[in-house]
Design a protein around this ligand. Structure first.
Ligand code: TMP
Length: 208
């Protein structure tokens, strides 16, 4: 069996990175071979593109240019990291993927969903996650947590409050539109409770 591709999504400060590590450990304990990775990034070239995206002033890129940078990074990441791992029967857990583009560049920055869909179709063909965990947290708590992490890579945190409210609604809407692929997780709970909710959803989805 080829590996499975699981993504974690959510706004700023939703605790994805911690939960990626915890889910990886839980799956490893079941004997799976696991690769954890992130977007933008996850391959040497994509990590270089990441520095262009996550640093600097919010208005540094227009929405279309930003989306093309995201997809340049994604093409490299899928081609060189995710694809080979899945072929080697490794399960891949990725901190953010395409849903983040619909939320950040679409709902957040205002690029039409259809434009993103067309770019996605050219770059990724029909490649999408097997399962997506949407970590939902209210904007104020999320930004407070993200701010506590310090100043580097904070370009998107510096967009205004409305931007972050639109992201939150976009992620919730995606989860509702794709109930077979997505599970909405309350990320305002304590870390252990979030990990338990994620494990329950993953175990159900993959029959573990
Ligand atoms: P991170 O803070 O979760 O590591 O993500 C880096 C930033 O990149 C985050 O602020 C969201 C942003 N991003 C997009 O704007 N579009 C995308 O498609 C992805 C994957 C991330």
């Amino acid at each position: 069996m080829a590996g499975r591709f699981i993504t974690l999504e959510g706004g700023e400060g939703s605790g994805k990175s911690t939960q990626v590590r915890r889910l990886a450990a839980a799956l490893q304990a079941k004997g799976m071979s696991i690769l954890t990775t992130r977007e933008p990034g996850g391959s040497p070239g994509a990590e270089e593109i990441r520095t262009l995206l996550v640093n600097g002033a919010p208005g540094r890129w227009d929405a279309l240019t930003e989306t093309l940078l995201v997809y340049a990074a994604r093409a490299d990441h899928v081609g060189r990291t995710i694809g080979p791992a899945l072929l080697a029967e490794t399960w891949v857990i990725c901190d953010r993927f395409t849903d983040s583009t619909y939320a950040y560049q679409g709902a957040g920055r205002g690029l039409a969903r259809e434009t993103i869909r067309r770019i996605d179709s050219v770059v990724l063909d029909d490649f999408k996650p097997d399962f997506t965990l949407m970590l939902d947290i209210d904007v104020e708590t999320g930004l407070k947590r993200a701010g506590a992490r310090g100043g580097a890579e904070s370009r998107f945190e510096n967009f205004d409050r409305d931007f972050h409210e639109r992201l939150r609604q976009a992620f919730i809407e995606i989860a509702k539109r794709h109930p077979d692929r997505c599970a909405l997780i309350d990320a305002a709970q304590g870390e252990d409770d979030v990990a338990a909710a994620i494990w329950a959803a993953v175990a159900r989805r993959f029959g573990l």
